[in-house]
Design a protein around this ligand. Sequence first.
Ligand code: NI
Length: 190
Amino acid sequence: MIFPVYVYGHPVLRKVAGNIDKDYKDLQQFIADMFETMYDSDGIGLAAPQAGKSVRLFVVDTTSLKDEDPSLKDFKKVFINPLILERTGEISPFNEGCLSIPGIREDVSRESKIRISYYDRDFNFYDEWYDGIRSRIIQHEYDHLDGILFTDHLAPLKKRLLKNKLNGISKGKFDVDYKTVLPGKRGRSK
Ligand code: NI
């Protein structure tokens, strides 16, 4: 099932999401639906709050970037109850976008390297380091679980310049090919 994507201004995107355990209802189906939703909207990452579920889970798949960077072809994963334990390395800007903030892309500065613990779909535990694009995507998706959006990281002036555009998005002023949910509304079909 493809979920509609919740867009900027919806309260579910601002909640701190809760951990789940292996008895979470229909977990494997939920993960499959998360991937399906992400592919349908041409995303490379999707966090559960963007699908309206306030739980600590996100999926990533960078296969579509393999032409730019062959090492990204096998990076398809689900992260459950993740915890970023360390952020280190150079702080650099990278152009980010978000399915919940259609039409806006901005440079966001983040640390280059992270150490993260998480569970996979079978609740095996991992403690790993990531750098490069992987680290970037993980940090973006992880933020969603804490109610943080990439625009929150921008400088105050930049935020002021984007304010009208963001308000417009929350009122439906955007055009995307996937289903969305506006603040205070039920799903809409385009
Ligand atoms: Ni996002």
